[in-house]
Write a protein that binds this ligand. Structure first.
Ligand SMILES: CC/C=C\C/C=C\CCC/C=C/CC(=O)SCCNC(=O)CCNC(=O)[C@H](O)C(C)(C)COP(=O)(O)OP(=O)(O)OC[C@H]1O[C@@H](n2cnc3c(N)ncnc32)[C@H](O)[C@@H]1OP(=O)(O)O
Length: 305
């Protein structure tokens, strides 16, 4: 599928992009901001793994990840998120999107480790393109994006939140947020490191990235990783209030300012997308990296039992 940033999508999506967007139960979803969820609009924007509750009156759509159990970012979820965002972005009714989770206790567990283990280079190439695409589309979105973080938010989950304009985190000590890649034996690509530095500063990033720190809410607020920490049942309403504050600013001035602030960071990736993919593929294919990831995944699975 041809997207602005030039990414190619999985063969099935290229052949029948909307095949990824079937099976929606959106018509039965709970009302969105302003009560507009559930109508034909919801059907139009949503998909199997991405619930969209559009409210035309406020110009805000609530987009919920629904990839149980932990919203890991599979190729399918990444693809559906990009398509849903593109559709909302192309509909001039909408000026803002709230990103949140439909899965209890987890915003997103980050990249799907089963996509990173035991696959072939062609798969890793396709997968990393999709990761880049989601980041570019969210980071450069002309819409206001607010993350309503209603659960754990490690690694790739944090990356999505960081691409938003504003982050509201539920005050639950189990809901950690941060980039913990080093603990998996992998590194953070430069463009995500840049985003971290832009958000919490160089020294804090240097420490947090090397240590793989996952911050509980109070510390995440202190370091500037999130903008508000609120009781769990107030995350969505606070995100809506934040959205109203951002939407009070004229779009053109806000958008130009956002571009001015973010362009250099995005351009660094855009200039070397292919090289970044090659780096990633050769890195992830190393035996030592595969081993680290498999050990980590196995620990996760055992922890449960
Ligand atoms: C040269 C350099 C070039 C490029 C750079 C190179 C590499 C870059 C790599 C890029 C960056 C990667 C970032 C990532 O996102 S990696 C993913 C990191 N994620 C994590 O560490 C989170 C792991 N998960 C958890 O901590 C917990 O699951 C969580 C707190 C989210 C929820 O806990 P809960 O107790 O509710 O659930 P669990 O019982 O732990 O999990 C349920 C099942 O889900 C499976 N699971 C969990 N996370 C993942 C995941 N990320 N991917 C796949 N599967 C996952 C877990 O194993 C359980 O499965 P079952 O046991 O039920 O089979």
């Amino acid at each position: 599928m041809a997207l602005a940033s030039g990414v190619r999508f999985p063969a099935r999506a290229l052949l029948r992009p909307w095949s990824l967007l079937r099976d929606t139960t959106l018509g039965r979803s709970e009302p969105a901001a302003g009560g507009g969820g559930g109508g034909d609009g919801a059907r139009l924007f949503g998909s199997q793994r991405v619930l969209v509750e559009p409210d035309a009156a406020s110009g805000v759509a609530v987009m919920k990840f629904r990839n149980p159990p932990v919203n890991s970012l599979s190729l399918e979820l990444l693809t559906e998120l990009v398509i849903s965002l593109e559709k909302v972005e192309n509909d001039k009714t909408f000026r803002g999107v709230i990103l949140t989770s439909a899965c209890p206790r987890v915003f997103s567990a980050g990249l799907d480790l089963t996509e990173l283990c035991g696959r072939n280079p062609a798969h890793y190439t396709e997968y990393w393109k999709a990761v880049q695409e989601l980041w570019l589309r969210t980071y450069l979105s002309s819409l206001v994006l607010v993350a309503a973080i209603n659960g754990a938010c490690p690694a790739g989950g944090c990356i999505i939140a960081l691409a938003c304009d504003c982050r509201v985190l539920a005050d639950n000590p189990k809901y950690h947020i941060g980039l913990n890649e080093t603990l998996l034996g992998i590194t953070t690509p430069f463009w995500l490191k840049d985003t971290y530095v832009n958000t919490i500063g160089h020294r804090a990033s240097e420490q947090a990235l090397q240590l793989g720190s996952l911050f509980p809410p109070s510390e995440a607020l202190q370091v500037g990783l999130v903008d508000q920490v609120v009781p769990e049942d107030q995350v969505l309403s606070t995100a809506l209030s934040e959205m109203a504050r951002w939407l009070a600013v004229p779009d053109h001035a806000r958008q130009l300012t956002k571009t001015m602030m973010r362009k250099a960071t995005a351009d660094r990736l855009l200039r070397q997308r292919d090289a970044d993919i090659q780096n990633f593929v050769s890195f992830i294919c190393r035996d030592s990296i595969q081993k680290s990831l498999q050990v980590y995944l196995e620990k996760l699975r055992q922890r449960k039992g």
